[in-house]
Design a protein around this ligand. Structure first.
Ligand SMILES: [Zn+2]
Length: 348
């Protein structure tokens, strides 16, 4: 039997984590942690045809039902992740009804001592399907140190509220009406009626290093693989030759006193762009980008409420190219330098 030593990983600012002993509640769940990794290890679902990086998963629920998953790659470097497929398998094990609580999600991937860093899209599906009250344990197939992370530690919504009188210092609001009208024109979400999760509708404005502003809006497709607004703005920036954002504004058209809910998939795409831009721009790996979230009155175009965070703060323990190790990062740098030599990519 493979032996794992279980400890807890707790996120620190700027994407890092600290390893701590399990607390007393967690010590009572040792059997579930061990069971989730043993079952995940035996999963035969993963089929990573491009990356060859196997992620094997298993949820052990409160009634000790085990549901397995794994990553499946297809198309052109597309993937159904191990966290997504295990959600399907969990529903199947419970006949679609969530009468049993998803207690522990075990993941077998990588080397011992690395906590799981679920991608933004997986955080979105796990949040919606499993809620926040479960844990993710990550271990290597050969055993060794396995780290337990509370799922809520992968989430962040404790944004700092900005006083109305300080708003002018944070954002240039004189063009707000024009930016919102651009967002409305670009937005294409005919399958979204605004009744379920209205707070997830937002526009994104990315300012490039050249000072230009790029507006993005969500694009919903009949296959329900929506392209989100922040990703759209970053893509527009790249189309115009930029590669590094300098700040981001998220705009919700709402009188609400809670900020727009920016999908974790979108947060990840922002951080991926920053981490890809760092080797070319000469900034250090700690470079961060300010994010301001505002709610705007849709008739008056006046700011109702505003919050402040950053690209690293709102995505704890992220999955970005920086996680891939030195060999793959050297490849990415060489790839990007090659592109820059051939094309006009010049905004830093
Ligand atoms: Zn994922």
């Amino acid at each position: 039997m493979v032996e794992w030593e279980f400890k807890r990983a707790v996120p620190t600012r700027c994407g890092g984590w600290e390893v701590k002993p399990l607390d007393n509640d967690q010590l009572e769940r040792l059997r579930s942690y061990q069971m989730s990794l043993e079952e995940a290890k035996d999963s035969k679902i993963s089929n990573p045809v491009f990356s060859k990086y196997h992620v094997r998963s298993c949820v052990v629920s409160s009634d000790k039902t085990r549901s397995r998953g794994g990553n499946i790659e297809y198309g052109l470097c597309q993937a159904l992740h191990g966290e997504e497929s295990v959600v399907v398998s969990f529903r199947d094990s419970h006949q679609g009804a969530f009468f049993s609580h998803p207690g522990v999600l075990g993941l077998i991937a990588g080397a011992p001592g690395n906590p799981a860093t679920p991608c933004g899209n997986c955080r979105d599906i796990l949040l919606d399907e499993f809620g926040t009250d479960f844990e993710v344990v990550s271990g290597a197939g050969e055993g060794g140190l396995a780290l337990v992370v509370k799922f809520e530690d992968y989430l962040f919504d404790r944004f700092e509220k900005i006083n109305q009188r300080d708003l002018a210092d944070w954002i240039n609001i004189k063009d707000l009406e024009s930016l919102i009208k651009q967002g409305r024109r670009l937005e294409d979400i005919p399958y979204f009626d605004g009744k379920v999760h209205p707070e997830r509708r937002y526009f994104a404005v990315v300012t490039g290093k050249n000072g230009k502003q790029y507006v993005g809006a969500s694009e919903g497709l009949v296959d329900y693989h929506t392209n989100y607004a922040l990703r759209d703005a970053l893509r527009t920036m790249r189309k115009e030759g930029g590669f590094m954002p300098s700040d981001v504004i998220i705009i919700g058209e709402s009188e609400s006193n809670t900020p727009p809910h920016v999908m974790y998939k979108d947060r990840q795409h922002l951080l991926e762009r920053i981490d890809r831009g760092i080797p070319l721009s000469g900034f250090g790996p700690e470079l961060d980008v300010s994010v301001t979230l505002i709610n705007v009155n849709p008739e008056k175009f006046s700011v109702v409420s505003a919050w402040q965070t950053s690209a690293r703060e709102w995505l704890p323990m992220p999955f970005t190219p920086a996680n891939l190790g030195s060999e793959l990062n050297a490849h990415l740098k060489e790839y990007d330098e090659g592109k820059r030599a051939l094309f006009d990519i010049s905004d830093s």
